[in-house]
Ligand binder design. Structure first.
Ligand code: C5P
Length: 234
């Protein structure tokens, strides 16, 4: 692909246009932010890890029947993906209580939930991504009812696939965030699935292998990201 102009720069990624109107290039940066952008830093080679991990998961999910934006890995930091219109809703799936769920509901971190929880947030920086529900999504026309049904179906399926897969490499999938896009009229899984957007705990030691090491200054941040790569055989 012939790379053209920069289309968008976010906190962790840059998106470039290409000569193909249906394809864009995602480039993963090492920049890290947390707590609504108030904490900033760099995690060395995070971009390389996230690119590889995310592509590995997207290929796995495609093979299990979940459509994604993945096209092909270009190099260690860049991937060609379908140019989608992002649905302005973040989906969070939780298996074990952690993070904001503990703060909101007064739960102890690590409590195993009776069944997975699915949450929606409105993607809006100025409003700090407020939590919403399916009624808000339909009332504000953020997505259609058919799209919401697809998003919910793909989110739970993604949880099932990734949870079982990660268990094999001794990682518990605590929770994660997904984004979806529209491509030629269909809902496809987009953005990334990486240690930046998931909580991964070692099954035995409960050691955190994700961005919480950065958020909470736990040390060995780069090492944790690399450990995820290693366990996935990448
Ligand atoms: O902060 P909270 O506990 O709600 O996060 C739940 C999950 O969603 C975590 O795995 C976190 O990394 C991810 N997340 C994200 N991007 C956000 C909010 C949460 O990747 N904007």
């Amino acid at each position: 692909y012939q790379i053209k102009g920069l289309l968008y720069e976010g906190k962790a990624k840059k998106i470039y246009e290409t000569d193909n109107p249906d394809i864009v290039i995602m480039e993963y940066k090492d920049d890290a932010t947390a707590f609504d952008g108030t904490k900033r830093g760099t995690i060395r080679e995070k971009g390389i890890v996230n690119n590889k991990v995310s592509n590995h998961f997207f290929k796995l999910l495609e093979s299990k029947g979940i459509p994604t934006h993945f096209v092909e890995e270009i190099d260690e930091r860049r991937t060609a993906v379908k140019k989608v219109e992002i649905v302005p809703v973040e989906i969070i799936v939780r298996n074990i209580a952690a993070g904001s769920l503990c703060n909101r509901l007064g739960l102890e971190e690590g409590i195993v939930l009776k069944r997975p929880i699915l949450e929606f947030c409105y993607k809006n920086d100025a409003l700090h991504d407020p939590q919403i529900n399916q009624y808000h999504i339909l009332a504000l026309e953020l997505a259609t009812e058919e799209e919401v049904d697809r998003i919910v179906e793909y989110s739970f399926k993604t949880n099932q696939v990734l949870r079982e897969y990660l268990k094999e490499v001794n990682i518990d999938l605590i929770d994660f965030k997904l984004e979806f896009g529209r491509y030629k009229g269909n809902i496809v899984l987009a953005d990334e699935i990486s240690p930046d957007t998931c909580r991964f705990w070692d099954v035995n030691t409960k050691e955190k292998l994700d961005k919480d090491r950065f958020r909470r200054d736990l040390g060995n941040v780069e090492e944790a990201y690399k450990e995820v790569l290693k366990r996935l055989g990448l």
